[in-house]
Ligand binder design. Structure first.
Ligand code: FES
Length: 239
C-alpha cells in the first residue's frame, strides 16, 4: 500500500500513445527496428515533448498475429497493419499531426473511435448468448477460418466466455473455435429465397474489415427455422 503520493510512479503528460507490437508472431524482423526508429522520428516532428507528446510503447502481442507490424493509436482506437517505415512516416504526419488516419492501412477501429462503423455500445453485446442460441438451433455450422478453410460441424456446441474470448466447443471436444469478442463488429441476419421457393437463412458474424468470422447456416426447406431465426434476431437486436 502506497502511503505517500510522491512514492507513486510518474508519467510525463502525453497527447496520444503509439503502441507497436514487437512480438515474435507478428513481423519481428521489421517491427523492432520500426519501434526503435520512433524516438528520432517523433523528435524530428516535435512530438517527443510538450502538449503534443506521443508516448511510444512496445507490446508483445495484441492477439492479431498477422499482417504485421501492427500499430495502434490510442485514445483514438485506430489499428494499423502492414506498417512499413514509409507508412509510419505517413501515420506521424497525417494522423498524429494532421488528425486524419491513413485509411489504406486501417484494419479496425475501437468502439466510439472517429469513423467507427459502430458507435460505442452502452454495454458489450451478449455475443456468447447469441452464439449459444445459434449453436443449439443450427443443424449445421460452417466456419470460415482466417486462412480460408471451411469446416463443418454438427451436433451440440458448448459456448463459454473466458475474458475477452468466446470459446465454442463440441461436446466430444473434436472442435474448438475461439473468437475474440472485440473482433466481432457485426452480426447479420440474411434470408435468401431460391428459385424453387425454398428459403435459406444465414447468420454471419463479421469483423470490422468485413472478414467472415463465423457463419451459421440453416438448411433450405420450405419455411424452415423461421421461428428460431426470428427469435435469434430478437436476441441480437436487444443486445
Ligand atoms: S505477435 Fe504481434 S499481434 Fe501477436
Amino acid at each position: 500500500m502506497l502511503e505517500n503520493i510522491s512514492d507513486r510512479p510518474k508519467i510525463q503528460p502525453y497527447d496520444k500513445q503509439l503502441l507497436v507490437c514487437t512480438g515474435t508472431r507478428c513481423a519481428p524482423e521489421s517491427s523492432e527496428p520500426l519501434f526503435k526508429s520512433l524516438g528520432e522520428k517523433l523528435k524530428a516532428h516535435g512530438l517527443a515533448e510538450g502538449a503534443a507528446r506521443v508516448k511510444r510503447t512496445r507490446c508483445s502481442c495484441f492477439a492479431v498475429c498477422k499482417k504485421g507490424p501492427i500499430v495502434c493509436v490510442q485514445p483514438d482506437g485506430v489499428w494499423y497493419c502492414d506498417v512499413t517505415a514509409e507508412v509510419m512516416d505517413r501515420i506521424i504526419v497525417e494522423h498524429l499531426k494532421g488528425g486524419r488516419p491513413v485509411e489504406e492501412h486501417v484494419f479496425h477501429r475501437g468502439p466510439g473511435a472517429p469513423g467507427a462503423t459502430t458507435p460505442a455500445p452502452s454495454r458489450a453485446p451478449d455475443y456468447a448468448g447469441l452464439l449459444k442460441a445459434l449453436c443449439e438451433n443450427g443443424e449445421r455450422i460452417l466456419i470460415t477460418k482466417p486462412e480460408g478453410v471451411i469446416s463443418e460441424i454438427r451436433g451440440r456446441i458448448e459456448c463459454r466466455e473466458k475474458g475477452d474470448w468466446i470459446n465454442l466447443e463440441t461436446a466430444d471436444c473434436s472442435c474448438h473455435i475461439h473468437l475474440m469478442r472485440q473482433e466481432i463488429a457485426s452480426v447479420e441476419f440474411i434470408q435468401r429465397t431460391k428459385t424453387d421457393g425454398h428459403i435459406t437463412r444465414l447468420v454471419e458474424l463479421r469483423a470490422a474489415d468485413r472478414r467472415l468470422l463465423l457463419r451459421v447456416y440453416f438448411p433450405a426447406a420450405p419455411a424452415s427455422n423461421a421461428a428460431e431465426f426470428d427469435r435469434l434476431k430478437e436476441i441480437h437486436d436487444k443486445a
